[in-house]
Design a protein around this ligand. Structure first.
Ligand code: FAD
Length: 327
């Protein structure tokens, strides 16, 4: 039977998240030549450019749910929309980003359909016979396991951002997808969002950033983060932090990376004044290239770093910024 895959193409602040395109890439591989790739867009208003972006990257049908109530994320409502899409498409597999919303919605969806669920998948291998295995990290990245689903029942999978290739853009002539409106019934709500207070804004989403410049206790103060911010800004990256830096009040907990913070997998991770505790490594050791700046040559961060600079971050970071600025 050809595989039908439904992707929840999550948006953030009106724009499609990159993980939506990564999920679409995975969906195309899972569906193969004969299968169907469906995408679900949930928007409070106009969805034209997002629909086009999904069609351009190979979505066969983009189901668009648009209603003003969708302007504020409420899990009950979003789940109702996803269920409406599932009932319409009858997919074999549903893919969501392993984002805050994806982590909340996927288990609810799996429970609603008595479906199998694998979370935080970093790789999907599709065998020649169409069978697929899903790799997920365990024990904060110290081990990996490969899971496959037993036949029968729907599969619900969340995908860790920044780990899979985004679906490539197709040539005009190869695009054959269409958009369809999706209707849904608004469920009874038990809670209401009264206000949303943004605590750290303006910067690129940490979990999807290609470059992260991170600071630890060695940064010494909130002002000490300024050189890191300058470097991140120049490189088009985001600023992260260790828990010690957050605990000391140098920055907001929203920036914390690690076991009890965010997991990041950027192309480049620059750790400044971070010792490399196991709990911090849990959140960043999957980064493609790790650069460590630390004045202690024995700091454990150097064990995982691809490049290490032994020195004072307040000298090294401005030097790096000046060098990158010259390029
Ligand atoms: P430190 O370990 O104090 O290291 C500071 C480093 O800065 C040192 O290596 C020092 O040589 C260097 N340094 C100082 N001054 C300079 C300078 N001028 N230039 C260059 N280098 C300098 N931690 C996390 O990060 N994320 C988590 O999610 C997390 N979760 C945890 C969960 C649990 C249950 C527990 C028990 C701990 C958790 N921790 C977490 C805390 C973790 O164990 C470490 O305490 C923390 O990561 C240390 O942060 P740090 O490297 O910034 O500080």
């Amino acid at each position: 039977m050809p595989e039908k895959v439904l992707v929840y193409a999550e948006c953030k602040e009106g724009k499609l998240r990159r993980v939506a395109f990564e999920a679409l890439g995975a969906a195309r591989r899972l569906a193969g030549e004969d299968g169907e790739v469906h995408a679900l867009l949930i928007r409070p208003g106009d969805a034209l450019s997002e629909t086009e972006a999904l069609l351009a990257r190979g979505a066969g049908t983009v189901h668009v749910a648009s209603d003003p109530i969708l302007g504020v994320y409420a899990p009950e409502v979003y789940l109702a929309v996803i269920r409406a899409a599932v009932d319409k498409v009858q997919p074999d597999t549903v893919l969501l980003g392993h984002t805050a919303a994806g982590r909340e919605l996927a288990p609810r969806l799996a429970a609603a359909y008595d479906a199998g669920h694998v979370a935080d998948v970093t790789a999907i291998e599709v065998a020649a016979d169409g069978g697929a295995s899903f790799t997920k990290p365990l024990y904060a990245g110290k081990a990996y396991e490969k899971r496959s689903f037993l036949p029968g029942g729907m599969r619900i999978v969340t995908i860790r951002p920044n780990n899979m290739e985004a679906a490539p853009v197709l040539d005009e002539g190869e695009r054959s997808g269409t958009a369809a409106e999706l209707s849904f019934a608004v469920p009874k709500l038990y809670t209401a969002v009264r206000s949303v207070v943004r605590r750290s804004g303006g910067q690129i989403d940490l979990s999807e950033a290609d470059i992260v410049v991170s600071g630890g206790r060695g940064v010494r103060s909130a002002e000490g983060f300024e050189p890191l911010r300058k470097l991140a800004e120049l490189l088009g990256g985001a600023v992260g932090a260790s828990r010690a830096a957050c605990d000391a009040g140098y920055c907001d907990y929203a920036l914390q990376i690690g076991q009890t913070g965010k997991t990041v997998t950027p192309q480049l991770y620059i750790a400044c004044g971070i010792s490399g505790a196991i709990q911090h490594l849990a959140g960043m050791s999957g980064s493609r290239i790790i650069v460590a700046v630390n004045k202690d040559p024995d700091a454990p961060i150097f064990d995982v770093a691809d490049y290490g600079i032994v020195g004072d971050l307040f000298e090294i970071v401005p030097l790096l910024t000046a060098e990158f600025d010259r390029l």
